[in-house]
Design a protein around this ligand. Structure first.
Ligand code: NAD
Length: 367
């Protein structure tokens, strides 16, 4: 895997560990990328199709996300081969075995990711005392319940008003993916006087140019229903792309905006809640049209900021304060840099992240 050093550069990875314990049925991979700013934080992803390559990429993405968020943490990631839907007892055994194998990787703090949740983090913590995203009873902050990422996204959008002609007061917002990120982003934006004109989930979409009742949508979904069955809803989930709105918020899946469909968007701002929701071609088309795009790894950092506060012993209130402070400062820094340099915000955010990583490396014994 490392024979061509494709994934190795001066910034990392610091450690790459393959774990293979056939007797335990354990196959996993851990990449600790750059740890100049502090121990790495990154999710444990469980799935049947996970790969080492994915792990390298996600670890580097976490280095940049943590750096642009201004956290004292580097980036890391781990992948564990297995069906996340396996019987609970079997999953517990496997995750505990993974934790024990990662015991000595002290510069890696394990967090939840696809296929793992707070119960899994409790098992990891029980074995090695090093995990974030824990259940509240173990000092965890329920980030999806409090809406950490949605709150951070709403904060970033608030700051972005200074850099475009969209005003939150009366802004029409459309949210693709009314889940943990999307519903809370909508809730916090409506508190700032925006109007939710459309929302979608994997089943359908509901739209109303006069504004939707966010709490009624949240209650409807909490009752096990989906948006297609909400009064006025339809099964046309992708019609969210055509909605007349000022701010479009992807909060569902990767690659939903492509060069083929990006022309349908009418918004003047796209605030990326989901990870990599747009292909590079789609993002560049938006930039050329003058649409302000808030890039995922800078705008959706609320969750990892919350995890960092949890790791350092903070509570919910401190987490929200920290998210607001960091997203305000960092969004302003990124958008100002983009304006000054005439680059897309994603490039500006990457340059800032890289500069911060280099600055931290210069303060450490490196090279
Ligand atoms: P979630 O499962 O709670 O919600 C996802 C929502 O998207 C669901 O309502 C689902 O029905 C909907 N959806 C799925 N496919 C869709 C489609 N094609 N069209 C419309 N809706 C669709 O997940 P989440 O935690 O809200 O995460 C959403 C995205 O944000 C993911 O890309 C995730 O990686 C990213 N993210 C989440 C966090 C976090 O704190 N939860 C942090 C950073 C990034």
């Amino acid at each position: 895997m490392l024979s061509d050093f494709r994934f190795l550069d001066e910034a990392g990875p610091a450690k790459v560990v393959q774990i293979h314990e056939p007797a335990a049925g354990l196959k996993a991979f851990v990449v600790i990328d750059n740890v100049a700013a502090g121990p790495s934080i990154g999710g444990l992803r469980m799935g049947l199709e996970v790969s080492a390559e994915e792990c390298f990429r996600l670890a580097r993405a976490m280095t940049f996300k943590n750096a642009v968020a201004g956290l004292p943490h580097g980036g890391g990631k781990s992948v564990l081969v297995g069906d996340p839907g396996m019987a609970d007892a079997e999953k517990e055994r496997l995750i505990r075995a993974f934790a024990c194998a990662a015991r000595d990787l002290k510069d890696y703090i394990v967090g939840p990711d696809m296929g793992t949740n707070e119960r899994c983090m409790a098992w990891v913590h029980d074995e090695i005392g090093r995990a974030v995203g824990l259940p509240a009873v173990l000092g965890g902050i329920p980030l999806d319940e409090i809406g950490a990422t949605g709150f951070g996204l709403a904060t970033a959008i608030d700051v972005a008003q200074e850099f475009c002609d969209v005003r939150l007061d009366g802004a029409r917002i459309a949210v693709q993916g009314f889940g943990a990120v999307g519903k809370h982003a909508a809730r916090f934006l409506v508190e700032k006087d925006a109007i939710l004109v459309a929302a979608s989930d994997s089943h359908g979409m509901v739209a109303n140019a006069d504004g939707l009742d966010v709490q009624a949508l949240i209650d409807h979904k909490a009752g096990g229903e989906n948006l297609a069955s909400f009064p006025g809803g339809s099964g046309e989930r992708d019609a969210i792309l055509d909605v007349d709105c000022d701010i479009w918020i992807p909060a569902a899946r990767p690659d939903v905006l492509t060069e083929d469909n990006v022309g349908r968007l009418k918004a003047r701002m796209v605030a990326q809640g989901a990870n990599i929701p747009a292909t590079p071609g789609a993002e560049s088309a938006l930039h050329q049209r003058g649409v302000l795009v808030l890039p995922d790894f800078a705008a959706n950092a609320g969750g990892v900021i919350c995890a960092s506060v949890e790791h350092h012993g903070g509570n919910c209130t401190l987490a929200m304060q920290s998210i607001e402070e960091k997203l305000t400062d960092n969004t302003r820094t990124v958008l100002q840099h983009a304006r000054d340099a005439g680059t897309p915000p994603r490039q500006a955010a990457l340059e800032i992240a890289e500069a911060r990583v280099r600055e931290a490396m210069a303060l450490r014994r490196w090279g």
